[in-house]
Every structure is written in C-alpha cells, then in structure tokens.
Design a binder for this molecule. Sequence first.
Ligand SMILES: Cc1ncc(C[n+]2csc(CCOP(=O)(O)OP(=O)(O)O)c2C)c(N)n1
Ligand code: SF4
Ligand SMILES: [Mg+2]
Length: 312
Amino acid sequence: MPEFSATPTPTSTSTVAGPRPSPVPPAGAGHEHTVEEYKSGVKPTWCPGCGDFGVLNAVYNSLRNKGYNAEDVVLVSGIGCSSRLPFFSSTYGFHTVHGRTMPIATGIKVANPNLKVLAMGGDGDAFAIGGGHFIHAARRNLDICYVIMDNAIYGLTKGQTSPTSMVGFVTKTTPKGTPDRPVNPLQLAMASGASFVARAFSGKPKELAEMIVQGIDHRGFAVIDAYSPCPTFNKVNTFKFYRDEAQELPKDHDPSVLEQAWARAASVDPLYLGVLYQSESEASFEEHIQAAITGTEADAPRVIQSVLDRYS
Ligand SMILES: Cc1ncc(C[n+]2csc(CCOP(=O)(O)OP(=O)(O)O)c2C)c(N)n1
Ligand code: SF4
Ligand SMILES: [Mg+2]
C-alpha cells in the first residue's frame, strides 16, 4: 500500500493508451500558460463535426484563462462519447463508470478541496443512469462545475433516445417516435437545489469558455447544459437547429430571481443561452464538512492513512 499523500499521483486512463506529457510548468516566474499545454497529446476520437470538439476547446481556454496548473485540476467523467474528454487533457482525469460521475467527483473534492474539480459527460450519463446522483450532488451544493454535453441522444451506443430527446424523436429503438416527454436539465437542476444553472452551445465556444470560468468561480454546484450536436446519429438537433432556435438571454435577465430563471428555462421559442440562475446564499457541501471537522483538518491525512492501513 503506497503511503497516503494529500498531493494526488497521476491517474492513467484505462482504455486509451497514448502520451501524457509531463505536467504543465507552474505559472509565474515569467511563465504564461498556453492552450497547447492543456492538451494531452491523445488525439480526440470523436467523429468529424462532433459538437464535443467545441466543448473541449472551451475547457482548454477556460483553464488557460484561469491560469491553472494542470496538476491542480481534475476532470471527472462517466461513460459516453462525451465522457472521453478527460483523455484529451493534460490535467488529471478520472474516466469512471456510467452515471457515477458525481460520487467520484464528490470524493475527490471532499478529500482534497484545493483541487479544481470539473465534471464532464453526456445527457444520458447525467440524467438517465446518473439522474439520482445528479439530484443529490445538486442538493448538497457540492463546489464543482459540471459541463453536460447535451446531444439529445446516446452517441456511444449508436443512437438511442436519451432523457433530453424531443417527443416523437425517431431512432432504431423508437421507430414510431418516442412518446416520452424530455427532462428539462435546467429546471431539474434548479428544482434539485443547484446554485448556478446555465445553458451554452458548443457552436459558441468562446462564450462557453467564459461560462465555464464563471461556473468554476461560483461557490457551489454549477451546472452548464451545453448543446453539443451529434451529427452522426441526431439529424434533428443539429448546429443549424441551435443557431436558428437558441439566443442569448435578454440583457435585463436577473439570475438572482428564481421565478424568472424557471420561466426562461421552460421557453422553447426561443431556447435561451446564458446564466439563468445564480445564488451564493447557501453554504457549499465542503463548507459544511469543514465546519463539522473544524480543528481536525490538519489531522486529515493521518486519519485517512490509518483507514487505508486497515486494508493493507
Ligand atoms: C451500467 C451501464 N449501462 C449501460 C451502458 C451502455 N452505455 C454506454 S454509454 C451510454 C449512453 C451514452 O449517452 P450519453 O451519456 O448521452 O453520452 P454520448 O455518447 O451521447 O456523449 C450507454 C447506455 C454502460 N456502459 N454501462
Ligand atoms: S457518435 Fe455522435 S456524439 Fe459520438 S463522437 Fe460521433 S458525433 Fe460525437
Ligand atoms: Mg448524449
């Protein structure tokens, strides 16, 4: 059993071999981070034209804009095309189990609150198999930023309806169109207690990068539902569809007013992009934990080591 250290050791990705370059040099001493430094060297395996490319670029840019060192960041994902994103970043990454992004992200963040934890994944991962975990992470107000690459389909398993597919959506498994009403990710997040709720579009990666920075800066659970089209299996929710149907929130939108956010989240004509809701009035999960262990934080590594020793 290796000795416990508060500093994480590099994680490896289990299914993709490839170079992971040495850690990004720390900023300061004249070093300015560049986007290139956050690339792992593993070439994205997504189909040409996949919306996830735009999200990946936005993630790189948000990390560069924050000036983070790669070793201070963990990208946690589930299973799906979108959940492959951590492979392509030189930060730490944890490609977990389908729908289990939130429990793993919670453990990482609580064990080492100094880490910047971003969760990544698809609409199926977040709202179908991971739906229960999503709700509880939101109501706990865990201090992480969760970017959901919403393509309204299961891409990795070759095109089944997802919880965000529209009524009547035709796939190989729903040849007569799905009768199921879609989940509204923004309303689900708000109803569950998320304290930052936003919608973005991978076709606007600059705006998405800015939104991820806002989500990281937010103290509490930040949810960004990012439309990220799957041109291979979803011929309805395309880049053109979102360019036609989605628009920025009105300038006078007040994200502190839950009722306004709720109403605009429900709108389909237009679909609104931007930060719909934000409140920092509630303590984060980590703040509750810290308050509960006040006076014992310095002992945390020793306590964890003693637990690990029991299994060595
Ligand atoms: C426990 C479990 N159930 C089902 C699967 C099969 N599976 C893998 S990915 C996936 C859905 C992926 O959809 P989404 O999360 O929207 O990601 P996308 O591929 O669209 O990016 C499913 C059902 C699995 N890997 N594990
Ligand atoms: S199947 Fe769809 S979601 Fe998956 S990589 Fe291809 S375009 Fe992207
Ligand atoms: Mg999907």
